[in-house]
Write a protein that binds this ligand. Sequence first.
Ligand code: MTE
Ligand code: MO
Length: 320
Amino acid sequence: MAKLVLPDTENDVTPKPLFLNRRTIIKSAGAALLASAAPSILASQSAPSWLSQKISNTVFRGVTTDEAVTDQYDATRYNNFYEFGTGKDDPAKYADEFNPYPWQISVEGECDAPGVLSLEDLIVSKSLEERIYRLRCVEAWSMVIPWTGIELGSLLKRFKPNSRAKYVVFESVVREEELRGQRDRFSFIDWPYVEGLRIDEAMHSLSFLAVGMYGEPLPNQNGAPIRLLVPWKYGFKSSKSIVKIKFVESEPNTTWNLANPKEYGFYSNVNPNRPHPRWTQATERRITGQGKIERIPTQMFNGYDQVASLYEGMDLKKFY
Ligand SMILES: Nc1nc2c(c(=O)[nH]1)N[C@H]1C(S)=C(S)[C@@H](COP(=O)(O)O)O[C@H]1N2
Ligand SMILES: [Mo]
């Protein structure tokens, strides 16, 4: 974490209203101030202008929280994105080796209207919303991040999943030339990075596809140009840089479950009562910025109780 500590120019955490204010101020003050006030996020500068504009014009906030929002600096410098390497600072360090635009997503499997769509096809006609979500990594750190995007379910419906569509699989990008983690022959991950949800989880209104964060297009290190957010599950379920969505009939194999089935289950709902075999999940280290880290209790479903009905009658220690 030491690398993330900024010069102590601001006190403690920036409360949300101040954060939002600052963003408005930064925006209206033009590029020069932007460059000095916020460390530049070069990766997002390759995003097409229609996308930047659509994101920065988004005013509707669908979901929010009273908690302090994590500084943009930290949320874009301390990442897990093994395609760039396993170090927390690898994704930001190597982000500009990846050129996500133009982008296509293929939607296939058990559905009546499969297709290959460009990012424009998916996003242009939709109205975006901002959602401030807690992100709880299975490693027991967490952040609070404002994302811009669309509900996953609203997008999935368009492809008309059929009655055999019981699960949805998400595949991340494979580009060995651009993603140095995929060139690493000692990598324990069999690329692509694959994740999945049960169809009712995918259709839940909290499941979200983001194209932006902090009012800007996603930086490459955070999963440009489009990534999933499933805020009641451990962070690794929130796949980055998605190229394929597939409707399937049976529970799919997923990257972390394959890597270590005892430690990482298919469901991976945030659960303070089920310790990871090597550490407790009862608490987490909340990263807010300026080097401030607070140890706080972890909440069941990461505090998103509205999903509890999805798991009625299931033993969540068995289906971890
Ligand atoms: N394709 C892909 N998606 C991924 C990962 C990854 O390594 N590859 N890491 C996951 C993990 S472990 C976490 S905690 C979150 C981190 O998201 P962030 O870096 O935007 O905070 O991304 C998830 N999505
Ligand atoms: Mo994670």
